[in-house]
Design a protein. Structure first.
Length: 79
């Protein structure tokens, strides 16, 4: 019922193993101490930003404010 009558258009990908090179790529350079420190600082900054946004955002999202409490300014006090 689902028989293919045409060859797969990208059949050459399946045969790519035959044409692999025997040349190995050069090894990756190791990161310097400055690069590691920079990446660590960037990661800590991102994490601190997320934690800070949670700390400052949680009071705004809390629903424990009583609706009966109303604020009055001094101007509304009768003199």
């Amino acid at each position: 019922m689902f028989r293919r009558r045409e060859p797969v258009p990208f059949a050459f990908i399946a045969e790519a193993d035959k044409y692999r090179s025997n040349v190995t790529p050069p090894p990756r350079e190791r990161a310097t101490a400055g690069q590691i420190a920079g990446r660590t600082l960037i990661g800590l900054t991102v994490v601190a930003g997320l934690v800070g946004s949670l700390l400052f955002g949680m009071p705004a999202m809390s629903a424990d404010q009583s609706p009966g409490h109303t604020q009055q300014s001094e101007a509304s006090d009768g003199r």
